[in-house]
Design a protein around this ligand. Structure first.
Ligand SMILES: [Zn+2]
Ligand SMILES: [Zn+2]
Length: 184
């Protein structure tokens, strides 16, 4: 059983960020028998039509659908893009998941410290790991959690992302176990 990591590149998806995400996801999901494989980077040019010039953002659902095309042979696929994503009714999204397609996408655009005039470069990896674990949780049937320290807590802003941990709380973990036992 494998989880694929797909870089979907607008300008740049940093290798060290992908590596950090891969390592954490693999370290966690290996207990369920998953391996994580990073696929060769794909340009996001196929989905540039989803760009909204007034907003300077891409409509996230098209990125998600592009990622889902690469699901073949994998239990789940997680896209990582540097494109700034939004959905209708939302100013922006950190990520998007579809449990039926077993696909998810995270955007690095608003996880970058530069976006908030911060200096600590390492924080990008931590944030990307949290958003990756969050969206994969959705892929495997988890919903949002009220515990602000749980990785399944909804992030309204980067403050929420920084506050929450990189892992699932006990309740979410138990639910995840049940869901994955049903899947495997
Ligand atoms: Zn969510
Ligand atoms: Zn939780």
């Amino acid at each position: 059983m494998r989880i694929a990591l797909l870089p979907l590149v607008v300008k740049e998806v940093e290798k060290d960020v992908l590596k950090a995400v891969k390592e954490h996801v693999e370290e966690f999901y290996s207990r369920f028998g998953f391996k994580v494989e990073t696929l060769p980077p794909k340009t996001a040019s196929d989905v540039f039509f989803s760009y909204n010039p007034l907003r300077g953002q891409f409509l996230g659902r098209f990125f998600l659908m592009k990622v889902a095309e690469h699901r073949k042979g994998f239990s789940a696929v997680l896209g990582v893009t540097d494109g700034d994503l939004y959905e209708e009714g939302m100013n922006f999204i950190f990520g998007l998941a579809n449990p039926h397609l077993k696909a998810a996408i995270i955007s690095l655009a608003r996880l970058r410290p530069e976006f908030y005039n911060e200096k600590d470069g390492e924080v990008l990896k931590e944030r990307a790991i949290k958003e990756a674990m969050h969206e994969l949780g959705h892929v495997f049937g988890l919903t949002h959690c009220e515990n602000p320290r749980c990785v399944m807590h909804f992030s309204n802003s980067i403050i929420d992302t920084d506050y929450k941990g990189k892992n699932y709380c006990e309740r979410c973990l138990n639910k995840l176990k049940r869901n994955l036992e049903g899947m495997i």
